[in-house]
Design a protein around this ligand. Structure first.
Ligand SMILES: *[C@@H]1O[C@H](CO)[C@@H](O)[C@H](O)[C@H]1NC(C)=O
Ligand SMILES: [Cu+2]
Length: 178
């Protein structure tokens, strides 16, 4: 099971354009995968991630499935919701989808227990609340609802220049429900 995931990551890394990143190979070599995947529907019935509040263990995968129309996911810092946290922050690229769900999905690996904040970088989707978190600390002031509130006053979403920090791979179940 674990070696299968590593193979998928390695294959995607070798594909070139659709793909990542120096970091993906690094992750595959240093993270022990749990075999657990958290599936997130992107843009189902509006500007949202479903679920937008994910709790994951180190070594879990988070897999984004895109629905119409044309969304992305980017990692932010808590303080600046609609811009990339830094030059290494993950970015899925855009997924224009006219119906159903995307032919490809974007997978990231949870590498540590720190909270991860993310948003869609399309137009004003982020400031309209298209944001989410992985492993928010509900006992701190930095909650998903506080992040979402901060986002309402942020400007247009900012993308990264490259798809990175995860893998775009063929959708394992393009015709199934999410
Ligand atoms: C999807 O959105 C991106 C970013 O706004 C844009 O560059 C691209 O042309 C859009 N694709 C389609 C098919 O609308
Ligand atoms: Cu969006």
């Amino acid at each position: 099971m674990f070696s299968k995931i590593v193979t998928i990551l390695a294959t995607a890394a070798a594909l070139g354009s659709a793909a990542p990143t120096k970091t993906t190979a690094d992750i595959a070599s240093r993270t022990e995968f749990t075999g657990v995947t958290h599936t997130v529907a992107v843009g189902r019935a509006g500007l949202n991630f479903e679920p937008n509040n994910i709790f994951a263990k180190v070594g879990d995968l988070v897999e984004f499935h895109y629905l119409p129309a044309n969304h992305s996911v980017v990692q932010a810092s808590f303080e600046k919701p609609c811009v990339p946290q830094d030059e290494d922050s993950f970015f899925s690229g855009f997924f224009p989808v006219s119906q159903g769900q995307s032919d490809e999905v974007f997978q990231i690996v949870v590498e540590d227990t720190k909270p991860i904040w993310f948003y869609c970088s399309q137009g004003d989707h982020c400031s309209k609340g298209m944001v989410g978190s992985i492993n928010q600390n509900v006992n701190s002031p930095k909650t998903l609802s506080a992040f979402r509130e901060l986002a309402t006053n942020a400007g247009p979403g900012v993308s990264q220049p490259y798809i990175q920090g995860g893998c775009r791979i063929p959708n394992p179940q393009p015709n199934a429900g999410i």
